[in-house]
Design a protein around this ligand. Structure first.
Ligand code: PEP
Ligand code: MG
Length: 916
C-alpha cells in the first residue's frame, strides 16, 4: 500500500494514463475533471500554474479509513510540492519569497459549487511581510491574507460566513467605505487581525500559521466535502454515484490583483445561451477570481479585453481556439493575468441551453471539428423537446415558487408551458376560447372523448386524476397541448366551479400557469417563450442527419430478412391536419389513426348513437351508411397528406357505451322528470336508460371492445373498411400513392382474426374491383394482450403486421389500471423505488419488454418480413425507443409533436448499438 501512487504532477499525465489503462473517462475518474484538464492543458503547452493532483482514490481511502490519509500520501504530497517550488521559483513558507497555493476540489463529474476550495494557502504573519516587500503592494497582500483566514475559517473550520461578513460590513460603515475596493492596506491588515480573532473566539485555537498545516487541513476539508449534505443532494438529483470521491488539485497561486497589467476572468468559447460563435464572458482588471463570480464589482465584457490587455488577450484568444479544437466542444474557462502574463486556471465543457446545444453541435460539424454522429449524441431528446414547446422562464418560475405561487404537482403528461384562465367543462372552455378569444386552461377531474373539443381549444389541460396514459394525457400529447394530470392535491368542485388545494381556492375564470414539462401548476400568470420547428434551421439540419444515420442499411445487426437499418419514426394522427403536421415534422408514415375519435364530432355523434342503439341489423346499416361518407372523407385526407407513405388505420376500439350518455346522468334525468311529473320525452329517456343499462359492463376495458366488438357487430368495421378502401381508391385515381394498412385491435386468440379478417379482406378486394384500381395493402393487428404476444407465431400466420399497443399491454401485463394506477399508488411506487420507473411512460423491459421481444422473434418465425411497430405512448419515449431498436422493430409511432424527439432518439439508438 505504501508504494501506491496517490499524487500526480500536472506533468505526469502519461503515468496516469498507464495506470488507468488509457481512456479519458478513466483519467477523469482518477484525477477529477478539474485536475485532469489542468494536466491536459499542461501537456498541450497551455500556460497553467505548476501544481499536482491528489487522486480520488486517496479521497476514498481517506473516507474509508475514518478520515485518515492513506499511508504514503502525505510524503508524496511533500515531494510533489518540492517539484512545484522548483518550477515556480518560490518556496512554500519561505519568509522572503513564499510560494502560495490553492487547494481545489474536482470530481469526475462537475458539481458546481457543491464542494470546497481554499485559496492563498501559505500566507501567514511572516510570509505576508515577505511578499509585501517583494511586490511592494501591501494592500494586495493583506487583502489576500484576510481572504485566506476567512475561507479557511468557513470551509475548513466550519465557521458561519456571517462571523466574517459582519465585522467587515461594520468596519466599512465605520470608515464610510461603500465597496471593498476602497479599503487600503492598513484596513486589510486590521481586518486580517480581526478575522484571526474570530477564529480564536469561535474555535478556541489560533488560525494555523504553519503553511503545511494549512495545506493538510484544507485537503482534508475538500475530501470531507464529498460527503457534505449539499454534495450528496446534488449527486442524488444528478444521478451521480456516491462512491466516486473527489480529487484535490494543489495549484500555484497567481494573482490578478497586482495592478493594472493584471486581471482575471471567466469565459465561454461560444455564447452558452444561443450557441453563437463569439467569446462570451467577463473579466475584471486588477482583481481576484472570486470578485468576478461574486459580482461585487461591475465586470467588463470579455470582448473588450483587447483594449486594456492587448498581448494577453491575443494569447487568450489563441488558447480558446486551441482548447475548442482539442476538446472538440465549447469550453468554459477561467484565467488570470498576473502582471501581463496569462495563466489558465480551468477548462471544462460548458453547460448550455438547448438552443445552444443544437447550434454548437451543428456548427462544429460544419467546421469539421466533429462528426455528424457525435453531434447527434451531444444533443439530448429532452433538449429537442424543450425547443418545440413554449417554456416558462426558469428564473421567473423560481421566483414564483419562492413567493408561494406553486399550487400543486402532478404527472408531467404533455410538455410545454400554458397560461390561461381555468374553466371546468369542455363547452365553456371552447366558448371562452373561440368566442371570447381567451387563453383557457381546461380543468377536470379527468377527461373523456366528448371533452376533446374543449381540450383542443385550451392552451393547457389540468386534471386531478389519471396518469400518463389517461385520456387527457394521450390527447394532449397528440395535439401538443401542455398537460398535467393526476394532480391529486387538487380537489375540483364542479358544482361550485372552484378548485382547491392546500386551502387555496381558485375560482373559474382565474389565471393559472401549467408546466407540462415538469408537472407543476402555479397560480397566476408566468411569462412563456415559444419556438417553431421550421424556424429552427440548425435543429432541422441535425434531424436530417439523424434520419440519414437511421436509414443506413447494415447499421443494425439482425437475422436474415429482418430490418438492418435503424427505426423509422411514424406518427399517431387521426385527422389530415395532424398528418400534415406529422409529415412536416419528419414522420415516415402514420402508425395509428384512432378512428373512433372522429365519431365524437358534433354532427356525427347522434348518428353513431343511432347506430349503436339500433334494434335490427337493417336499422344499424342505415345509420352506418350515413357515417360512411364522413369516414371516407377523413381517410381520403389522410392518404393525400401521406402520399407515398404507409397509413395504419385502426378499426373501432373502445366499448360502445363511451359514445352514449352516462348511465348515472340518464337515471338522474329520468327520476327528475318522474318527480316533476314531466311526461314529454320521458318514455324515450326511459327507453334509452334501459338500453344503456343493458350495455353496462362491470369491467368494460376487458369487455366488448376491439376485435370482440368487430365480431359481435361486424357491420361497423365492414363500413370502416369500405370507407378506407373507397378513400384509398379515390386518392389513387388522383395519382396519389396509397399504402393503407388496416389494424385490428385487441386480438387475444388467432381465431378472432381468422373469423373477421377474411370477411374484411373480401370487402377490400370488392372495392378495388368496383373502382377498378389496385394498390398494395395490409391487414394486421395490435399486440395489446399478453396472450397475443405469447402466441405470436400463430397470430402472424394471419396478421401481416404487428403494432404494440403498449398502453394496454402494460395495463394487462402488470394488471394495473392505466387510468387509476398513477393516482392511487404508482407514483409512490416509483418514488419509493418499488418500481424503477413508471411503466406507462417507459417500457418495462424485464416484463412487458420480454413479451415484446418474444412476439417479434416468434412472429417472424411465421412471417420473416413481418412489419413490427409500436403505437402506445412509449413510442415517443427515448429509452423505450432504444429498446424497440434492439428487438428489431421496423418503426416507432408517436404523437406528432414528439416526432422530432423520436427522430433524434432513433438515431441515437442506432449509433449506440451500431454494428462494430
Ligand atoms: C395502446 O393500447 O397502446 C394503444 C395504442 O391503444 P389505446 O391507447 O387507444 O388503447
Ligand atoms: Mg389499446
Amino acid at each position: 500500500m505504501a508504494d501506491k501512487k496517490w499524487i500526480y504532477l500536472f506533468t505526469e499525465l502519461e503515468e496516469v494514463e498507464k495506470y488507468v489503462g488509457g481512456g479519458w473517462d478513466n483519467v477523469l475518474g482518477l484525477l477529477g475533471g478539474k485536475g485532469a484538464n489542468l494536466a491536459e492543458m499542461t501537456r498541450m503547452g497551455v500556460p497553467v500554474p505548476p501544481g499536482f493532483i491528489i487522486t480520488t482514490e486517496a479521497c476514498n481511502a481517506y473516507l474509508k479509513a475514518g478520515e485518515k490519509f492513506p499511508a504514503g500520501m502525505w510524503d508524496q504530497a511533500l515531494i510533489a510540492l518540492k517539484d512545484v517550488e522548483v518550477k515556480a521559483g518560490k518556496k512554500f513558507g519561505d519568509p522572503k519569497n513564499p510560494l502560495l497555493i490553492s487547494c481545489r476540489s474536482g470530481a469526475k463529474f462537475s458539481m458546481p459549487g457543491m464542494m470546497d476550495t481554499v485559496l492563498n494557502i501559505g500566507l501567514n504573519d511572516v510570509t505576508a511581510k515577505g511578499i509585501s516587500e517583494l511586490t511592494k503592494d501591501e494592500r494586495f497582500v493583506y487583502d489576500a491574507y484576510r481572504r485566506l483566514v476567512q475561507m479557511f475559517g468557513s470551509v475548513v473550520l466550519g465557521i458561519e460566513d456571517e462571523a466574517f461578513e459582519d465585522p467587515l460590513d461594520e468596519y466599512k460603515k465605520k470608515r464610510g467605505y461603500k465597496s471593498d475596493t476602497e479599503l487600503k492596506a492598513d484596513d486589510w491588515k486590521i481586518l486580517t487581525k480581526e478575522f484571526q480573532a474570530v477564529v480564536r473566539k469561535q474555535k478556541g485555537f489560533d488560525f494555523p500559521q504553519d503553511p503545511f498545516e494549512q495545506m493538510r487541513l484544507a485537503t482534508e476539508a475538500v475530501f470531507k466535502s464529498w460527503n457534505g449534505k449539499r454534495a450528496i443532494d446534488y449527486r442524488n438529483a444528478a444521478s451521480i454515484a456516491h462512491d466516486l470521491g473527489t480529487a484535490v488539485s494543489i495549484v500555484t497561486m497567481v494573482f490578478g490583483n497586482m495592478g493594472n497589467d493584471s486581471g482575471t476572468g471567466v469565459a465561454f468559447t461560444r455564447d452558452p445561451a444561443t450557441g453563437e460563435k463569439i467569446l462570451f464572458g467577463d473579466y475584471l482588471l486588477n482583481a481576484q477570481g472570486e470578485d468576478v463570480v461574486a459580482g461585487i464589482r461591475n465586470t467588463t465584457p470579455i470582448l473588450l479585453m483587447g483594449k486594456e490587455l492587448p498581448e494577453a488577450n491575443k494569447q487568450f484568444l489563441n488558447i480558446c481556439a486551441t482548447l475548442e479544437k482539442h476538446y472538440t466542444d465549447m469550453q468554459d474557462v477561467e484565467f488570470t493575468i498576473e502582471r501581463g502574463k496569462l495563466w489558465m486556471l480551468q477548462t471544462r465543457n460548458g453547460k448550455r441551453t438547448a438552443q445552444a446545444a443544437v447550434k454548437v453541435a451543428v456548427d462544429m460539424v460544419n467546421e469539421g471539428l466533429i462528426t455528424k454522429e457525435k453531434a447527434i449524441m451531444r444533443v439530448t431528446p429532452t433538449q429537442v423537446d424543450s425547443l418545440l414547446h413554449p417554456q416558462f422562464d426558469m428564473a421567473v418560475k423560481q421566483q414564483a415558487t419562492k413567493e408561494g405561487k406553486l399550487y400543486a404537482k402532478g404527472v408531467n403528461a404533455s410538455p410545454g408551458a400554458a397560461v390561461g384562465r381555468i374553466y371546468f367543462d369542455a363547452d365553456t372552455a371552447e366558448k371562452k376560447a373561440k368566442d371570447e378569444k381567451q387563453a383557457v386552461i381546461m380543468v377536470r377531474p379527468f377527461t373523456k372523448p366528448d371533452d376533446v373539443h374543449g381540450m383542443l381549444a385550451a392552451k393547457g389541460i389540468l386534471t386531478s386524476e389519471g396518469g400518463a396514459t389517461s385520456h387527457a394525457a394521450v390527447v394532449a400529447r397528440q395535439f401538443g397541448v401542455p398537460c398535467v394530470v393526476g394532480a391529486s392535491d387538487i380537489h375540483v368542485d364542479l358544482d361550485k366551479r372552484v378548485m382547491e388545494a392546500d386551502g387555496k381556492v381558485v375560482t373559474e375564470g382565474e389565471w393559472v400557469s401549467v408546466d407540462g414539462t415538469t408537472g407543476e401548476v402555479f397560480m397566476g400568470q408566468i411569462p412563456t417563450i415559444s419556438p417553431k420547428l421550421e424556424e429552427q434551421l440548425e435543429l432541422m439540419r441535425l434531424l436530417d442527419w439523424a434520419d440519414e444515420i437511421s436509414a443506413t442499411p447494415g447499421i443494425r445487426k439482425a437475422p436474415e430478412g429482418w430490418p438492418t437499418r435503424g427505426l423509422q419514426v411514424w406518427a399517431n394522427a387521426d385527422y389530415p391536419a395532424d398528418a400534415r403536421r406529422s409529415r412536416s415534422y419528419g414522420a415516415k408514415g402514420i402508425g395509428l389513426c384512432r378512428t373512433e375519435h372522429m365519431f365524437f364530432e358534433q354532427i356525427r355523434l347522434p348518428i353513431v348513437q343511432r347506430m349503436i342503439l339500433a334494434e335490427s341489423s337493417e336499422e344499424r346499416t342505415v345509420a352506418l351508411d350515413e357515417l360512411l361518407p364522413y369516414q371516407r372523407n377523413d381517410f381520403e385526407g389522410l392518404f393525400e397528406a401521406m402520399d407515398g407513405l404507409p397509413v395504419i388505420i385502426r378499426l373501432i376500439d373502445p366499448p360502445l357505451h363511451e359514445f352514449l350518455p352516462s348511465q348515472e346522468k340518464l337515471l338522474e334525468e329520468v327520476i327528475t322528470m318522474r318527480v316533476k311529473g314531466e311526461k314529454k320525452g320521458l318514455a324515450e329517456k326511459e327507453d334509452l336508460l334501459s338500453k344503456v343499462e343493458a350495455m353496462h359492463e362491470s369491467n368494460p376495458m376487458m369487455g366488448l371492445r376491439g376485435v370482440r366488438l368487430s365480431i359481435m357487430m361486424p357491420e361497423i368495421v365492414e363500413m370502416q373498411v369500405r370507407a378506407i378502401f373507397e378513400a384509398a381508391a379515390n386518392a389513387a385515381k388522383k395519382g396519389i400513392i396509397v399504402k393503407p394498412e388496416v389494424m385490428i385491435p385487441l386480438t387475444g386468440h388467432v381465431n378472432e382474426l381468422k373469423v373477421i379478417q377474411p370477411r374484411l379482406e373480401k370487402i377490400a378486394k370488392a372495392v378495388m374491383a368496383e373502382k377498378n384500381v389496385q394498390f398494395p395493402y395490409k391487414f394486421g393487428t395490435m399486440i395489446e394482450i399478453p396472450r397475443a404476444a405469447v402466441t405470436a407465431t400463430e397470430i402472424a400466420e394471419v396478421a401481416e403486421f404487428f403494432s404494440f399497443g403498449t398502453n394496454d399491454l402494460t395495463q394487462m401485463t402488470y394488471g394495473y389500471s392505466r387510468d387509476d394506477a398513477e393516482r392511487n399508488f404508482l407514483l409512490k411506487y416509483v418514488e419509493d423505488g418499488i418500481l424503477p420507473m413508471n411503466p406507462f411512460q417507459t417500457i418495462d423491459r424485464d416484463g412487458v419488454g420480454r413479451l415484446m421481444r418474444m412476439a417479434v422473434d416468434d412472429g417472424r418465425k411465421s412471417r420473416v418480413d413481418l412489419e413490427v411497430g409500436i403505437c402506445g405512448e412509449h413510442g415517443g419515449d427515448p429509452e423505450s425507443i432504444e429498446f424497440c431498436h434492439t428487438i428489431g422493430q421496423n418503426y416507432v409511432s408517436c404523437s406528432p409533436f414528439r416526432v422530432p424527439i423520436a427522430r433524434l432518439a432513433v438515431a441515437q439508438a442506432a449509433i449506440k448499438n451500431k454494428v462494430k
